[in-house]
Design a protein around this ligand. Structure first.
Ligand code: ATP
Ligand code: MG
Length: 302
């Protein structure tokens, strides 16, 4: 194993914070390449530990490799993407460690979605237009929980919609009959369906207006409290991450340059790129500064 010469920057507060936590997903020296001409090194030697129940924000500008890394963690890479090197380990609640990179066939199918689920970037536009919500939720359950009967599936689907704040009467709706926010909630319901230990959310609220975005974020936080899954929350919206994340990893050109508690990132970021990112959001530099979740007084908290 080759240790990187210079890992991401982090503070002593960060190390103290993570010391007491149990890992759920660990990536070590992960490199991912798109085999095109010329090849693109999209993820370079990334090492990362996600802890049980935490919200880890992944920030960085467009094209820095966020989605590629997420796909690598969940074994969703497709050609021309290839995982060049590195290890990904899932630390199951049962106590068993799963070598994610080595998974094949049924074991891989059982892992994906069951252990680590994903709300895909642009997901709300990827609901199948000619299939009802009932069928789409039902299909996830049919595939992964074949022993479930139809009644049970229907009950579970209704329960899932309720969990994400959508009226179960919507089970018989089609995508075009739902608002963008509702469609995104349905995608979150699908990601919740099997009770995953990790949920990766790739820009889940970016396309939504602020009010709807707030509602969905509140729902995600509530669900996380209740079911205690860990979240990797991907967005270029750093102010939003400061508000909802326990920790934030800042990615630049395929590398994580800094990882720290949201509070440290907000008040004493070390990497010049992190500072530059922070400075590009006027809302963070003005006097409306109390964004950080860990801050004692929150503005606009509801
Ligand atoms: N199918 C592909 N073939 C070749 N290069 C690709 C492919 N998909 C992504 N890339 C490249 O890999 C790099 C990382 O892309 P990725 O989509 O992971 O970035 P991202 O941080 O998720 O960006 P965004 O914020 O726009 O979603 C970029 O340089 C991108 O151009
Ligand atoms: Mg992306």
């Amino acid at each position: 194993m080759t240790a990187t010469a210079t890992g991401p920057l982090s503070s002593a507060a960060h190390d103290a914070y993570t010391a007491g936590l149990a890992p759920v997903l660990t990536a070590r020296d992960v490199s991912i390449e798109y085999e095109v001409d010329p090849p693109v090194q999209a993820v370079k030697d990334v090492s990362l530990t996600l802890h049980r129940g935490e919200i880890l924000g992944l920030a960085g500008e467009s094209g820095c490799g966020k989605t590629t890394l997420a796909y690598g963690l969940d074994r969703l890479l497709k050609p021309p993407a290839i995982l060049r090197s590195g290890e990904v380990t899932f630390h199951d609640a049962s106590g068993v460690d799963i070598d994610v990179v080595g998974l094949r066939g049924d074991a891989l199918r059982a892992f994906r979605w069951d252990k680590v689920s994903m709300v895909f970037q642009g997901a709300m536009n990827s609901l199948n237009p000619v299939i009802s919500v009932r069928k789409q939720l039902g299909d996830v359950l049919t595939t992964h929980r074949p022993q479930m009967g139809r009644k049970e599936r229907d009950a579970r689907s209704a329960e899932l919609l309720e969990l994400v704040g959508v009226d179960p009467a919507r089970l018989d709706s089609f995508a075009h009959e739902l608002s963008g926010g509702m469609r995104q909630r349905v995608m979150i319901a699908m990601a919740l369906a099997l009770g995953p230990q990790v949920m990766i959310m790739d820009e889940p609220t970016t396309a939504l207006d602020v009010v709807v975005q707030r509602g969905i974020l509140r729902e995600i936080m509530r669900l996380r409290e209740r079911f205690d899954f860990a979240v990797v929350f991907i967005t270029h919206d750093l102010p939003l991450l400061l508000e909802i994340s326990d920790r934030i990893a800042v990615m630049r050109e395929g590398e994580i340059v800094e990882i720290d508690t949201a509070e440290s990132i907000y008040s004493r970021a070390q990497h010049p790129y992190t500072r530059q990112l922070l400075a590009s959001f006027p809302s963070l530099t003005g006097d409306r500064g109390s964004f950080v979740r860990t801050g004692a007084e929150q503005e606009g908290a509801s």
